[in-house]
Ligand binder design. Sequence first.
Ligand SMILES: *Cc1c(COP(=O)(O)O)cnc(C)c1O
Length: 340
Amino acid sequence: DSGWYLQGEENRRFEADYARYIGTKYAIGCANGLDALIWIWRAYIEMGVMEVGDEVIVPANTYIATILALTENGLKPILVEPTIETYGIDDSKIEEVITSRTKAICIVHLYGQCAYTEKIGMLCKKYNLKLVEDNAQAHGCLLNGKRTGAIGDAAGHSFYPGKNLGALGDAGAVTTNDSRFAETVRTLANYGSREKYVFKYAGRNSRLDEIQAAILDVKLHHLDEDVQQRKKVAKYYIENIKNPKIVLPKIFDWNQHVFHIFTIRCEERDRLQRYLSDNGIQTNIHYPIPPHKQECYQGWNEIPLPITEMIHATELSLPMSPVMTMEEVKIVVEVINCWR
Ligand SMILES: *Cc1c(COP(=O)(O)O)cnc(C)c1O
């Protein structure tokens, strides 16, 4: 009805509401989650904080977008193994890979679990590194009263339809407390232009549609409720799945996990997946091939990352959604408990 499709009232409202929700001064909407991460690194380069060839420490087990955003900007990802308990980056393996070219640590709140540790914060201070969060899977996650996305210097968010907060198509955002950084991201995502027909950077068209912003603003108000529902499903799985062949997620703090994905591990993952499928239960694998084993990163194929590879070889994602009924959850548990 407004006849206004881009960069209007809906964007402004959603950005203000999302920033308030996350607890940052700024949220900048953009086209998708990958772009959000790309703009974060590009903004640091344009601001002179980083330059092409600099190194960024990232977890080796992540969705490829985390890594693509770095290589797209000519930054060098330094892959660090996760811990087998949390699937988050192993903070005891970070300091040994820091060099004079290291400019940032990028943490990924994978599967919806907060990956920040005090040690990571301490290392960022000690070596003057930026802390960037990939919050694509963890909307609504809380660390000591603070939301993920407000812990580091900047965070990238995805609103891909399947994420905890999803649009009806592609959408993303960057959050930060730094006004100059926010302005740079906003400019880059709008062709590099702040003033109409004047181009400061060679940017791209990476704007958030008004219709998506409007949808997201409505859904944002249901996010906490949806997360509670996911936790209910997760709690039932954790308390009732009793099959010695299955490794359940370890939950250290229920505030720090929003169960975007409910991850189990199993040595005979493929046989279990076929069995569940034969019984009408759909599962997924997040993810079958780690980034360093992909064809697009051939130069890294031989890097030894045994923990990452073990997770990718044994991970299985059970049905998880805020609209699952408890009857459905019970069936999944019964079928799994019968598996030998
Ligand atoms: C989904 C996802 C992204 C990218 O988001 P898109 O909106 O699909 O581009 C980035 N990082 C992680 C960890 C993701 O899960």
